[in-house]
Design a protein around this ligand. Structure first.
Ligand SMILES: [Zn+2]
Length: 101
């Protein structure tokens, strides 16, 4: 993905948003991000989900899916409060970006 270093923060926030709303899993998140114009591979997304869980923003569990299992993620209390803090800053920043160029 082009400009990945810059866009990673937005992707993490996007993941957090959906994990606050409900359960998310890797392939669903890849499809959702593609819908928003981000092409992200499993090799990039899964380590990102792991890191977000390690840092306490997400909690995962294994869930049966067809003949196998998948790992589903939800935001923790810490994840929800980080989301609120980030959302206020995104609102503030987008106001400036829209008024700017
Ligand atoms: Zn979305």
């Amino acid at each position: 993905m082009k400009y990945q270093d810059l866009l990673r923060g937005l992707i993490r926030l996007h993941i957090l948003f959906h994990a606050v709303e409900g359960e998310v899993y890797g392939q669903w998140m890849i499809d959702e991000l593609r819908r928003h114009g981000y092409t992200i591979s499993p090799g990039t997304l899964y380590p990102m989900l792991n890191a977000m869980e390690r840092k306490g923003y997400l909690k995962s569990k294994r869930q049966p899916a067809g003949h196998s299992f998948r790992r589903v993620y939800r935001a923790t209390a810490r994840g929800r409060s980080a989301y609120k803090a980030a959302k206020a800053r995104v609102r503030e920043l987008s106001r400036e970006l829209i008024e700017g160029l």
